[in-house]
Design a protein. Structure first.
Length: 197
């Protein structure tokens, strides 16, 4: 084969590689732009996605009930910029963000899992009626919260509102981007029922 022909063949191979790489980059940019575009269609979730999101919520209950790993197991269920937001009477409180703050709100971190009211009472959290909805960014969800053992009575079950969640898939699995607790009980105080008419 002549030197000129070899040069031509190498040029074709190089051109094909450049064209293929450009095509792949264009596809990636297009997919990224489409996922972030306003009004983008929800991504389809697999059965595994639904299961993993349900496991995320179950791990949340276990972490808050046990203050495992000094509260950091709880904190690590959120994205690095994720937030827990308490809400009472329809009014949202301040967002709790950051690993240290999240560990503390679960009773750990600088609190060292000491004098955590719900743990001292033996309370266990149960989440029911979990609805998961695909979104363009991941998924959203609502889930009711029940507590067993509030006030130290292991046989008493009480309803304490519900969560509104935003879930995102990360390199380490599904995590909470935001979790709003629409609570009925403030610091464990039961609301006074309305008088019967």
């Amino acid at each position: 084969m002549s030197l000129q022909r070899q040069t031509l063949e190498k040029g074709k191979i190089m051109w094909n590689r450049i064209a293929s790489a450009t095509f792949v980059v264009c596809l990636a940019v297009s997919a990224s732009a489409g996922a972030q575009a306003p009004g983008a269609a929800p991504r389809e979730l697999t059965a595994l996605d639904y299961f993993q999101i349900q496991q995320l919520v179950a791990r949340y209950a276990r972490a808050i009930d046990t203050c495992s790993n000094n509260g950091y197991d709880y904190a690590d269920l959120f994205t690095p910029d994720g937030a827990f937001i308490p809400s009472f009477d329809g009014k949202r409180g301040s967002a709790i963000q950051g690993r240290e703050k999240l560990a503390e709100v679960s009773g750990g971190g600088s609190h060292a899992c000491k004098n955590v009211p719900w743990i001292d009472q033996g309370v266990r959290h149960i989440y029911t009626n979990h609805i998961i909805t695909p979104t363009a960014e991941g998924a959203s969800g609502t889930v009711d919260m029940l507590m067993i053992g509030l006030g130290g009575d292991p046989n008493k079950i009480e309803y304490d509102g519900y969560y509104e969640d935003t879930y995102v898939r990360t390199p380490v699995g599904w995590r909470f981007k935001q979790r709003v607790h629409n609570a009925l009980l403030r610091e464990g105080q039961r609301p006074t029922p309305a008088a019967a008419k």
